[in-house]
Design a protein around this ligand. Structure first.
Ligand code: ATP
Ligand code: MG
Length: 581
């Protein structure tokens, strides 16, 4: 492909809304253009990257016998009512939904469990037809609260989603294991450095779920890693052990103290400098919503720890959870916000505690009166310890549950998620088969997602420098970038064209920068920005059939003959585990 014939425009400056490098660089290189928040046009270069990621995804799925198909983006509400997910998704605000001209409510698919379950249940009658794994690569729609980071969190994005159907829990686990290997192969082939982590399996519970995290400091997910044990889990899921704080020196009786305007832990520590943060219990008020009711929930938690709302939602099995608003706080406590405590809450409030309160003695807590806190409170003596559950966020230095090895925290970008669904959808939607004894059973399902557009963005998040992107070879828009120093020079024109055609004939993606009236400096700048991994410069020595060969990141370039350059390119492609198309 000749660059002179492409619609190719690069920008000098980062877009104002780009918070991460991948976003800024892809915009500057003209790979994509923003149409609205979280909605992008993929330009020709970007589309080439996405198609390469898709090709790897397809090959690895096809290898294990998964079959590609395509489902509609528009889905009827009816199906989502069958599975019982409509209200939760509408409540979350994630669903794009609207009525058609007949007044029937529909949504733009954020995911496809309902559609695939319906499709398969209509086709499968007998155990003889199972197992089966189906997949599609398609645009998904999610009205994300905070679309950002470019393609990382779009409201319209490309996902590969696969679904497996099996006759038993064991068979489902086997399909899941196969897909886990497929995922490892895909992300390895894409040239990403990644960590598989244990993930939260939501209200579905029980069965296994893992996320594939691209290692990146800018990742939105926090990961608890224990290197000694080779274990990693999303902090949403991870559980740890923490030790109880030292007991107070003397056992005083509980008493109310005036704490004017002291609403935060920091305010209180300023008032009571002797008190360790670990003997300060905060009472966090939430409003939980179920399909048929709402309730204020109070959760006690040690001052130095944080609550994990995913664990709270899982425990309560609610469809929504938000911090209580000021009115709800006043109703629950009879006080201004900032003074909530476990003693004397309104009757309808459900009081729970995080496991961090275990063993805390002589603590400070809110007084449920404006400007007042209780001091020297003891569970057992002054109030019963509420039901105590692990609602905490793992912190760096916490211990593993079953050993004295410690967790550290890192960050990652979730590019894939695999999930054992069990019979959740098949039971809700009646997806059954007849077993060997003609007994009707529910199918055992798994689901497996990859954010195709997010994979591309995270590759750049991991591979860039101050000059631009550095594409891993297997997913680069082109494999070779020929920079012709002076377009219009006869020898250079001829040699660049010969190299270009020879590479194309060998099935190698090549971009030839043959733009006229552009300085070599400007061409190199663009080449660095676009980040194509292999580079050949056709310049002064063209008359001798000599070129310079290097990579996007190599310090210098080797002077070689055209034939040698082609050999080196082929070797580099083989090295990267890629093949010529
Ligand atoms: P997240 O926690 O990042 O919101 P999710 O857990 O909701 O993602 P899944 O439902 O597991 O996402 O979707 C499968 C894959 O699709 C994710 O692993 C991720 O790579 C990708 N993905 C999800 N949401 C987006 C988005 N808004 N933009 C781009 N890719 C996304
Ligand atoms: Mg996920």
């Amino acid at each position: 492909m000749r660059l002179s014939q492409q619609l190719f425009v690069t920008l000098r400056d980062d877009p104002a809304d780009a918070e991460v490098r991948s976003h800024a660089l892809m915009m500057r290189a003209g790979f994509m253009q923003k149409l609205a928040a979280g909605i992008y046009v993929y330009g020709p270069m970007m589309w080439r990257v996405l198609r390469k990621v898709e090709a790897i995804v397809r090959e690895e799925h096809d290898k294990v016998g998964a079959q590609e198909m395509l489902m509609p983006a528009i889905q009827p509400k009816e199906l989502w009512e069958e599975s019982g997910r409509w209200d939760r998704y509408v409540q979350d605000g994630i669903l794009f939904h609207f009525r058609d001209r007949k007044g029937t409510e529909v949504c733009l698919g954020p995911t496809h469990e309902e559609v695939i379950t319906t499709y398969v249940k209509r086709l499968v009658q007998s155990y003889k037809q199972l197992p089966v794994t189906l997949y599609q690569i398609q645009t998904k729609f999610r009205d994300e609260i905070r679309p950002r980071f470019g393609l990382m969190r779009g409201r319209e994005f490309i996902m590969k989603d696969a679904y497996s159907f099996d006759t038993s829990a064991e068979a489902m686990a086997a399909s899941y294991t196969t897909m886990r290997d497929v995922y490892r192969n895909i992300f390895t082939r894409c040239g990403l450095r990644f960590t598989p982590v244990e993930a939260d399996s939501g209200a579905i519970g029980g069965a296994g779920s893992e996320e594939f995290m691209v290692d990146a400091d800018t990742g939105e997910d926090a990961i608890a890693v224990c290197r000694a044990r080779d274990y990693a889990a999303n902090v949403e899921k991870a559980s740890s052990r923490i030790s109880a704080p030292d007991e107070p020196e003397s056992e005083l009786s509980m008493h109310l103290e005036a704490t004017p305007n002291a609403r935060s832990c920091d305010d209180l520590l300023a008032l009571f400098p002797e008190l360790p943060m670990t003997r300060l219990l905060k009472t966090v008020l939430y409003r939980a919503v179920w399909d048929d009711r709402e309730q204020t929930i109070a959760i006690l938690c040690r001052g130095d720890r944080e609550l994990n709302e995913i664990k709270i939602v899982n425990h309560l099995d609610c469809v929504g959870l938000e911090l209580a608003d000021e009115k709800q706080v006043r109703e629950a406590t009879g006080a201004e916000p900032g003074f909530a405590g476990p003693i004397g809450l309104a009757d309808e409030v459900h009081l729970l505690a995080d496991q961090s309160v275990e063993g805390v003695k002589g603590f400070l807590c809110g007084g449920n009166q404006t400007d007042m806190h209780w001091l020297d409170v003891w569970f057992g003596r002054d109030l019963e310890q509420p039901e105590t559950v692990d609602f905490g966020v793992v912190q760096s230095g916490d211990l593993m549950l079953d050993s004295d090895d410690v967790f550290e925290l890192t960050r990652g970008i979730e590019v894939g998620h695999i999930f054992q669904l069990g019979t959740k959808y098949s039971e809700a939607m009646g997806a059954t088969f007849a077993d060997e004894n003609q007994k009707i059973q529910h199918m055992w399902m798994g689901c497996y997602g990859i954010g195709v557009s997010r994979v591309a963005a995270s590759a750049i998040e991991q591979n860039h420098d101050e000059n631009g992107m550095i594409w891993p070879l297997p997913i680069a828009p082109y494999t070779v970038h020929i920079v012709q120093m002076k377009a219009g020079n006869e020898e250079q024109d001829a040699l660049a064209a010969e190299l270009h055609d020879a590479l194309e004939a060998a099935g190698i993606d090549v971009l030839l920068d043959d733009r006229k009236k552009l300085s070599p400096g400007a061409k190199f700048k663009d080449a660095d920005l676009v980040g194509i991994p292999l580079r050949v410069v056709v310049g002064r020595d063209a008359a001798e059939r000599m070129v310079e060969y290097g990579t996007r990141t190599s310090e210098g370039r080797d002077k070689v003959s055209l034939e040698e350059a082609i050999e080196k390119i082929k070797a580099a492609i083989a090295d990267a585990g890629a093949s010529c198309s």
